[in-house]
Design a protein around this ligand. Structure first.
Ligand code: SAH
Length: 459
């Protein structure tokens, strides 16, 4: 992170703007809105700046910049059209420990003006650190259109009722739930449609009715997909952002955990292969205890919670305690890996069915229905199969698959580290060893693998 986002209260603080052109005028308008005490130093000024001076009583000194101008100011904006001068102003400001921005040259100063979406008191700031102003603008446009213009009014209303709500509902998680309901429910709708008085009345009633009771929490069993955060569902994201506690394991990408509420407690429960850092029983119990303490718990699972995810076991414990829960499906590794490697799992010319199996080795064998899996015109997807690959190939060959029957192994599918090794039942082990694959990996067996070369789009 090259820039730390901050919101500064600069009311009545002294700020120097050097330059009197259109670029300076834009910054002046912003600083005026923020109530800053502004001095402009410029050789000459454009009409817009003159207009601002008239309206807002700006101090304007028509003269060349001198180092002394920086004395006793909190903030400097260098907005002249002379790059050498701007660089000099920046250097002198920094030497004095004064924050400085050089318009259009973020590298010279030490702070930047983000693009803003102003719904005061609610503010959203977007910046790319100068990397791509166009991207920043596009994102700003998206956010602008996603935030109703009355959001500021909603924030004001919330501010007005905050002390009262705090008094009536003392338990913070419950208070958070109260606000989430208010800010997403009928009260918010009234504000958005301009009916402020009605909104205020309804909120006052709702606060009156609010009981200070210690509520039971709930658990969201969420499929977090195979890795790419964009594959999360809207529901997964929404519940993750509501949860007070996030319980996740190794298969959940860090970028996904980062999407949770910033102040949520994050609990890692590991689960390396053969090295479960927290046994399943303890995970089940942990979820239940957190919910019983009144928290909303998001249990993030790689892929889909009901596909080799032991989601069913976690729910059974919750049922025993009478804790309410929701299950959110996710993109399972089979569909994620297949899509991102251009291998359709079914295809009219290749496979009329697709079977998901676990290749987990137990005492050197894998207990699967081999005659069924070796039959033609189907795709077999094997989860947790890398260790058992020799056994898998051996068994499929023994039950009638051809030696040249295609196999693909996909490492870390849908992520930037995705890697695909293809081959057949006789040479795949050698190729996998040479490629030194890292877990997690998924095995796809079937002639659909031949389509990879033609349909691959991801890497
Ligand atoms: N519930 C998960 C599966 C958990 S079992 C799901 O629906 O996807 C763990 C196995 O899933 C791993 O051993 C691996 O075979 C597979 N897997 C999960 N994510 C993967 C990924 N990004 N790439 C390849 N395989 C993956």
């Amino acid at each position: 992170m090259q820039y730390l986002p901050l919101f500064l209260n600069l009311q009545q603080q002294r700020c120097l703007v050097v330059g009197g052109g259109e670029v300076a005028a834009r910054k002046l308008e912003l600083l005026i809105k923020a109530g800053v005490d502004i001095t402009v130093v410029a050789l000459n000024i454009v009409p817009r700046v003159a207009e601002l001076q008239k309206q807002h009583n700006l101090a304007i000194k028509l003269k060349a910049f001198e180092p002394d101008d920086i004395q006793n100011v909190q903030l400097v904006v260098a907005a002249t059209d002379n790059t050498t001068l701007n660089a000099g102003i920046a250097a002198q400001s920094k030497a004095l420990g004064v924050w400085v921005n050089v318009v259009d040259r973020p590298d010279l100063g030490n702070f930047i003006f983000p693009a803003i979406i102003d719904r005061s008191p609610l503010m959203v700031a977007v910046a790319s650190g100068g990397a791509s102003p166009v991207l920043t603008r596009l994102l700003r446009g998206k956010i602008e259109s996603a935030i109703p213009s009355a959001f500021g009014k909603l924030a004001e209303l919330a501010d007005q009722f905050r002390p009262l709500v705090k008094q009536r509902i003392s338990y913070p998680p419950q208070r958070r739930i109260f606000w989430e309901r208010v800010l997403q429910g009928p009260i918010a709708e009234l504000v958005f449609s301009g009916r402020m008085a009605q909104a205020e009345k309804l909120l006052a009633e709702t606060v009156q009715q609010a009981q200070d009771q210690h509520q039971r929490g709930e658990v969201y069993l969420i499929g977090a997909g195979p890795g790419d955060p964009d594959l999360l569902t809207f529901k997964a994201l929404r519940l993750m952002q509501q949860a007070d506690v996030i319980v996740y394991d190794r298969l959940v990408a860090p970028a996904i955990v980062d999407l949770a509420r910033r102040d949520a407690e994050k609990i890692y429960v590991g689960k390396e292969r053969d090295n479960h850092s927290l046994p399943q029983d303890s995970i089940n119990e942990l979820l239940a205890q957190q919910a019983l303490a009144g928290k909303r718990v998001a249990r993030l699972k790689g892929g889909d919670p009901f596909i080799f995810g032991r989601g069913g076991e976690e729910i059974e414990t919750l049922l025993q305690y009478g804790i309410s829960f929701q299950v959110v499906p996710g993109v399972t590794a089979a569909s994620g890996c297949a899509s991102y490697s251009g291998i359709p799992l079914t295809h009219r010319d290749h496979a009329q069915s697709c079977t998901f199996v676990t290749g987990h080795l137990k005492d050197g064998t894998i207990n699967l229905n081999w005659p069924q899996l070796a039959a033609p015109r189907q795709t077999v997807v094997i989860y947790m199969g890398l260790q058992g690959l020799p056994v898998i190939c051996e068994q499929l060959l023994a039950h009638g698959c051809q030696p040249d029957h295609p196999v693909a192994i996909i490492q870390k599918g849908t992520t930037a580290e995705q890697k695909i090794v293809t081959g057949n039942l006789t040479n795949i082990q050698e190729r996998v060893s040479a490629a030194a694959l890292q877990s997690p990996t998924l095995i796809i067996v079937g002639t659909v693998v031949e389509l990879h070369e033609k349909l691959n789009w991801f890497d």
